[in-house]
Design a protein around this ligand. Structure first.
Ligand code: PMP
Length: 455
């Protein structure tokens, strides 16, 4: 990897300066974090929140549209948007109205409401798959779909792409050994795997058609689970022809293809499936679909639906590892219906996409000005910059470009100047409520952050 033209020795001092500023300007968040340590494990409600770029996480007071206000009353422009959970913008009025209406009518019944029909009909229209089911999280949507694929094919394994992320699904925490042997290893940091993931999972690099062909050839893989473009190790786009090869090879070997559109819904109202005319056997989608109310969906092709039905036993339908008492509850369904019909609309995307283009252009101009060997990638309403000169071709290359110190500095410098980026990488997402002013503020902050780094 080419060395950045700035002096890395400056980074620790700059990081310290930003940390001091963060501490000084956030006394209330700091105090809340100290209090939280008494009864929350490590002072946070979820373990990954310990990886905050500051010395403690920001506590949120309230949020609306593209902004939130933290516990110290500081107004923040939000490009993280709950890592897509709030891609609708925070508390969108149309969803709030539907949620408020449902609050008065009861929340969870273990019985369907009419909203379920509207939601599934709209999903069928957008994704061209006819049979839908509900879950509460994208993780569960993936878990349930994988189970169904194993059930109908009778095959034991799944295949994922190196450095993928599909939620806390055990089978997906597998990576390729870096020695080039093709060996599957547990992903570093995976807590308490039930079995060695090499037993459940094959892994190949994204865009590697030959490796995919070899892995599917024995016919022991129930399904490939993939994002249409990788988004969780940064944005790694498919090379021309890769999706066609993926579909052809899965069909040829009787392997089912699940596309996880949870993040790639940024590409358009029907995700990449619609934008790129893809033909998966199943789709999973969670996070933003309820405007922040927990909700997720998974859908099947007519053929997969038929195969599932052929192997179903009505007497045993309440057991078997696919469930969730609260899944498909009335509140989630009301929120999903409003989100699909009134928030994440064609019109909303026609605002969001140009904003992401503007974001990418602003960052690219600053990178060019300082002659940094960095690159920007975009997937619809989502954009990301990389600390490498060329776009990575696959997850392995993307993971190798990770630069934790630089990453922490860029996040912290942005936080101190009123901008939240998606944690763990340098990604920004546009909501229907995001504005050109938000984007231009980021460009100015990004430019200032790299100017401080330049000698
Ligand atoms: N699929 C993808 C593509 C994701 O990015 C994520 C979370 N980042 C998930 C699934 C899991 O979502 P959740 O944690 O809401 O279950």
């Amino acid at each position: 990897m080419p060395k950045p033209p700035f002096d890395r020795d400056r980074l620790p001092a700059l990081l310290n300066r930003e940390l001091e500023r963060f501490r000084a300007e956030r006394p209330r968040s700091r105090e809340l974090f100290e209090r939280a340590k008494a009864t929350l494990h490590d002072g946070v409600p979820m373990n990954w929140m310990v990886r905050s770029p500051g010395a403690f996480p920001l506590f949120v007071e309230r949020a609306k549209g593209s902004r939130f206000w933290d516990a110290d009353g500081i107004e923040m422009i939000d490009f993280c948007l709950g890592d897509t959970g709030a891609m609708t913008g925070h508390a969108p009025d149309a969803a709030l109205a539907a949620i408020h209406r449902q609050l008065d009518r009861g929340l969870t019944f273990m019985l369907p409401t009419e909203d379920a029909i509207a939601v599934s009909a709209e999903l069928a229209r957008r994704f061209r798959l006819p049979a839908w089911q509900m879950a509460l999280t994208a993780t569960d949507a993936n878990r349930f779909t994988i189970r169904l694929c194993r059930h109908v094919t009778g095959r034991p394994k799944i295949l994922v792409f190196n450095w993928c992320y599909h939620g806390s699904v055990d089978e997906t925490f597998a990576t390729l050994a870096t020695d080039g042997s093709g060996r599957v290893e547990p992903r570093a940091g995976h807590i308490g795997p039930p079995v060695d993931p090499a037993l459940t999972t094959k892994v190949v690099e994204w865009n590697d058609r030959a490796a995919l062909e070899a892995a599917l050839a024995p016919g022991d893989v129930a399904c490939v689970l993939a994002e249409p473009a990788m988004t969780n190790i940064g944005i790694v786009l498919p090379e021309p022809g890769f999706h066609a090869a993926l579909r052809e090879l899965t069909r040829k070997t009787g392997t089912l293809l699940i596309l996880d559109e949870t993040h790639s819904i940024s590409a358009g109202p029907g995700g990449c499936t619609r934008a790129w005319d893809l033909e998966p056997d199943a789709i999973t989608l969670g996070k933003p679909i309820g405007s922040g109310i927990p909700a997720a969906v998974y859908g099947f092709s007519a053929d997969l639906a038929r195969r599932i039905r052929a192997k179903s036993n009505v007497e045993l339908a309440d057991t078997g590892g696919i469930g969730g008492t609260l899944a498909g509850n009335a509140l989630s369904l009301a929120a999903m219906r409003a989100t699909l019909e009134e928030v994440l609309t064609e019109q909303a995307y026609s605002r969001m996409l140009p904003l992401a283009e503007r974001f990418a252009a602003g960052v690219e101009a600053a990178i060019a000005e300082y002659a940094l060997p960095w690159v920007v990638k975009r997937l619809g309403a989502r954009a990301e910059y990389w600390f490498r000169a060329t776009p990575p071709k696959n997850g392995g290359e993307a993971a190798a470009a990770h630069d934790p110190d630089l990453d922490r500095y860029m996040h912290l410098a942005a936080l101190n100047r009123g901008i939240l980026m998606t944690p763990f990488h340098n990604m920004a997402l546009m909501s229907p409520a995001s504005t050109e002013e938000d984007v231009d503020r980021h460009t100015a902050v990004f430019r200032e952050s790299i100017e401080l780094l330049a000698c």
